[in-house]
Design a protein around this ligand. Structure first.
Ligand code: CLF
Ligand code: SF4
Length: 438
C-alpha cells in the first residue's frame, strides 16, 4: 500500500491542495454546482458526427446526452465558433464555461473539437473548457483534451450491463468495425469505464449523465451510481428520456414512454445514496448560450451586427447526368463548377476530383480524407453526404447542401442566386444608419 505523504516539500498538504483545486473548478461552473448559477455557458456546435447510435437520437437532433431535441441552427467551423464566443462574451461577460456537446459526439469529431478548444484558449485563458461525450473515444483522446486545457468532462453512461445496453445502442463503430447487439454494448461500456477511470486519475472533474428510460435502465440506476461512486465520479446527472414520435427516434416511434416526475425523483433518491446528484439540468441544445434556464436569443445576437455577405459564391455540383443533382458526394469523380452572383450564373471549368468513398459502406465509415482541395468552394450541391466529410467541409466553411437532391441543376443555382441577392439586400438594409429604407 502506498502511503500519501501528509506534506509536500513546500509544506502544503497534498490532499487539501487537491480539494481546493477541485473547489475552484466547481465554483464557477453552472452545471457542476448550483451555486455557479450566476455564470453562463456557451456551447459551440462544431461536432456533427457520432460513433455510436442511441435509440433516443436520430442525428437530425442535438445529442440527447446533453441536449433537448431541436436542431442546431447552424454548425460552426472552429474559426466561426471562436468568433461567436468573442461576440457572446462581449454581450454576456458572465460566460465562464465553453462547452462542446454536439450536435453529435465531440470526440467523434476530434479535429474540429480540439481546434475549437485550442483557439478559445488563445483568446481567453480564464474560461473553463468543458466537453461532453459518450465515452467511446475518450481513452484515446484524453491526453489531447488535457493538453487543450479541458478540466470539466461529462460522460454519458446509461448502464454498466451489456444486456441493458443492447436495448439502448443498436450499434457502435469502433476500430473500423460496426458492432451490434451485446458486443456493441459491452465494448461501449468497457470503453466508458476505461475513460472514466483514466480521466479521474488525470485530475479531471467528471460528471456522469444518465438518460433514465423506464423499463430499460430504471431498475439499474442504484447499482450504476454505486459503481460511479466507486470510480470517483464527481456528480451524477440523471436526465429524463425525451421521447416523442415527432422527433423520429427509434424510441419515439416505438412508443417508449418518458419517465414520470415521481420515477425521476425515485431514481435520483436511489442514486443519491452513492453519488452527489445534479437536479438543475436544463437538457440544453448543442448551441445553447447564456445562464442555465435563461438562454439568450442567438439569432438576435448574430443579427445585431451586419453579416459580411459575399458578392458571389463558387458552387460545385455532383452530377452524373449533368442535368440533375443526382450524385452522392462520396461517389463524385468531378464537380461541375459555377460562379453565382446576384446578377449572373457563370459556368466554370469542371473540377476533377479523386473519389472520396471507395467502398460500399457509408462515407462516415471511411477515414476522413484530405478535403482541403475543395476549400475554394462555398457550396457543394449533392444528393447525399456522410457526417464525417460534411463536418470536415464545415470546418473549412464549405457548405454541403443536399436540399436539392434529384432536382434540376439550373433551378437549384437560380434558387441560390435568389438567396444571395436577398442576403445582399438585407445586409445593405441593416448597415444603413439612416433607419428604415422604403
Ligand atoms: Fe455544457 Fe454539459 Fe459542460 Fe454544462 S451543459 S457541456 S456540463 S457546459 Fe449542463 Fe446543459 Fe445539463 Fe449539460 S445544463 S445539458 S449538464
Ligand atoms: Fe446521438 Fe449523442 Fe447518442 Fe451520438 S451519443 S447517437 S449524438 S445521443
Amino acid at each position: 500500500m502506498t502511503i500519501q505523504p501528509l506534506k509536500q516539500a513546500n509544506g502544503e498538504n497534498p490532499l487539501s491542495a487537491q480539494a481546493s483545486k477541485q473547489a475552484a473548478l466547481v465554483a464557477k461552473h453552472p452545471c457542476f454546482s448550483k451555486e455557479g448559477h450566476q455564470y453562463a455557458r456557451i456551447h459551440l456546435p462544431v461536432a456533427p458526427a457520432c460513433n455510436i447510435q442511441c435509440n433516443y437520437c436520430n442525428r437530425k437532433f442535438d445529442c440527447s446526452n446533453e441536449t433537448r431535441p431541436g436542431v442546431v441552427s447552424k454548425l460552426l467551423s472552429p474559426a466561426a465558433a471562436v468568433k461567436r464566443f468573442v461576440k457572446v462574451k462581449k454581450h454576456v461577460p458572465e460566460t465562464q464555461v465553453v462547452g462542446i456537446a454536439g450536435p453529435g459526439d465531440p470526440l467523434a469529431n476530434p479535429k474540429a473539437t480540439l481546434a475549437s478548444l485550442k483557439a478559445i484558449e488563445k483568446v481567453d485563458t480564464d474560461v473553463h473548457l468543458c466537453v461532453s461525450t459518450n465515452g467511446l473515444a475518450l481513452a484515446d483522446q484524453l491526453e489531447s483534451l488535457i493538453e487543450a486545457g479541458v478540466r470539466h468532462l461529462t460522460i454519458t453512461i446509461n448502464c454498466i450491463d451489456a444486456d441493458i445496453g443492447q436495448r439502448i445502442y443498436p450499434w457502435v463503430y469502433f476500430n473500423q468495425r460496426r458492432l451490434r447487439g451485446r458486443e456493441a454494448a459491452q465494448t461501449l461500456i468497457d470503453r466508458q469505464l476505461l475513460g472514466l477511470e483514466a480521466a479521474i486519475k488525470a485530475g479531471m472533474l467528471v460528471k456522469v449523465n444518465t438518460v433514465l428510460i423506464p423499463g430499460i435502465n430504471d431498475f439499474h440506476i442504484e447499482s450504476l451510481a454505486k459503481e460511479l461512486g466507486r470510480y470517483g465520479a464527481f456528480i451524477h446527472n440523471i436526465m429524463p428520456l425525451i421521447s416523442d414520435p415527432a422527433h423520429g427516434t427509434y424510441f419515439g416511434l416505438m412508443g417508449q414512454r418518458e419517465p414520470t416526475k415521481q420515477e425521476l425523483n425515485l431514481a435520483r433518491e436511489q442514486a443519491g445514496q452513492s453519488m452527489l446528484q445534479m437536479t438543475h439540468c436544463q437538457q440544453c441544445r448543442a448551441d445553447a448560450v447564456g445562464k442555465l434556464g435563461q438562454d439568450i436569443d442567438l439569432a438576435a445576437l448574430e443579427n445585431s451586427e451586419p453579416a459580411q455577405v459575399a458578392r458571389s459564391i463558387q458552387v460545385a455540383v455532383a452530377s452524373s447526368s449533368l442535368s440533375l443533382i443526382d450524385q452522392h458526394f462520396g461517389h463524385a469523380t468531378q464537380f461541375s463548377m459555377y460562379r453565382v452572383s446576384a446578377d449572373e450564373i457563370t459556368q466554370l471549368d469542371d473540377f476533377s476530383w479523386q473519389q472520396y468513398c471507395q467502398g460500399s459502406e457509408q462515407c462516415d465509415d471511411s477515414a476522413v480524407k484530405d478535403l482541403s482541395q475543395l476549400k475554394h468552394v462555398d457550396t457543394i450541391l449533392c444528393s447525399r453526404i456522410g457526417h464525417a466529410p460534411q463536418q470536415e467541409l464545415s470546418a473549412m466553411n464549405v457548405k454541403a447542401n443536399t436540399d436539392y437532391a434529384l432536382r434540376d441543376i439550373r433551378g437549384a443555382l437560380e434558387d441560390l442566386q435568389q438567396q444571395l441577392a436577398a442576403q445582399q439586400a438585407n445586409s445593405r438594409k441593416s448597415s444603413c444608419s439612416m433607419g428604415e429604407c422604403s
